[in-house]
Write a protein that binds this ligand. Structure first.
Ligand SMILES: Nc1ncnc2c1ncn2[C@@H]1O[C@H](COP(=O)(O)OP(=O)(O)O)[C@@H](O)[C@H]1O
Ligand SMILES: [Mg+2]
Length: 226
């Protein structure tokens, strides 16, 4: 589903965020990206969603070389990938339901289908009762569940989460993780950057450890630390 082939990323200021990264992620896999701040986790994620281009090497997502994608095909790539971030990135002037529906509308959907699909994912994340609330009326966990519903509404094949529990307390973090594992069990490929050792050690999934832009460990049923 995802292949990085000898990928390096050098920023214009000279920083190498990734160096010679080779990585293959099968469909329906669940991968934790771990490593200290500055190790390159977010950069790797930004390459997958084409927010950055590799300086060298190839990034292939679902059979398509991301860097060679014609402009017009980028939205199609983005629909294949749902993304959630540490800081939720919700639109503050839109309700929960509107935030989710917006992800459908910008990808060209309209009509009664928008309401149906929005309700489907709000129910999935347990937020049907909050559909008309605004983000600032929600707890952190509810905001992240809204972001997750928005990420899932286009039925992406891949779900990427960059430190999704970074702003949440432990109990709320586990609620989010349970939802993510459920989504993964339904067949969605999951890539999650995290500093949460407890969660990584409890789930025992694949762990890819980055250090100064290089993969230094890649283990099945891995732990947070070597
Ligand atoms: N746009 C940028 N310009 C210059 N350097 C950057 C940029 N984005 C990230 N970096 C640098 O790249 C390295 C990796 O950053 P990042 O991928 O954000 O790491 P992580 O998510 O693991 O904390 C860091 O040294 C960071 O300062
Ligand atoms: Mg980061």
């Amino acid at each position: 589903m995802i292949t990085l082939d000898d990928v390096s990323k050098r920023f214009p200021n000279g920083t190498f965020a990734l160096r010679d990264v080779d990585l293959a992620i099968e469909a329906a896999d669940f991968v934790f990206l771990v490593g200290s701040s500055g190790a390159g986790k977010s950069t790797l994620i930004r390459l997958l969603i084409r927010e950055e281009l590799p300086s060298s090497g190839r990034v292939v997502v679902d059979g398509e070389d991301v860097a060679r994608l014609a402009r017009g095909r980028v939205p199609k790539l983005r629909r294949k990938i749902g993304v959630v971030f540490q800081d939720f990135k919700l639109l503050p002037t839109k309700t929960v339901a509107e935030n989710v529906a917006f992800a459908l509308i910008v990808t060209g959907h309209s009509g009664p289908n928008v309401r149906e699909e929005t309700d489907r994912v709000l129910s999935l994340v347990g937020l049907s009762q909050r559909r008309d609330h605004f983000p600032d009326q929600l707890s952190g966990g509810e905001q992240q569940r809204t972001a997750l519903a928005r990420a899932l509404v286009n039925r992406p094949r891949i779900l990427i989460a960059d430190e999704p529990t970074g702003n949440l307390d432990p109990v709320t973090s586990w609620e989010i993780i349970k939802l993510l594992t459920r989504v993964n069990e339904l067949g969605t490929t999951m890539v999650m950057a995290t500093h949460n050792a407890e969660i990584v050690n409890a789930l025992r999934r694949r762990v890819v450890h980055l250090d100064h832009g290089r993969i230094v460990r890649d283990e099945r049923e891995g732990q947070y630390a070597a």
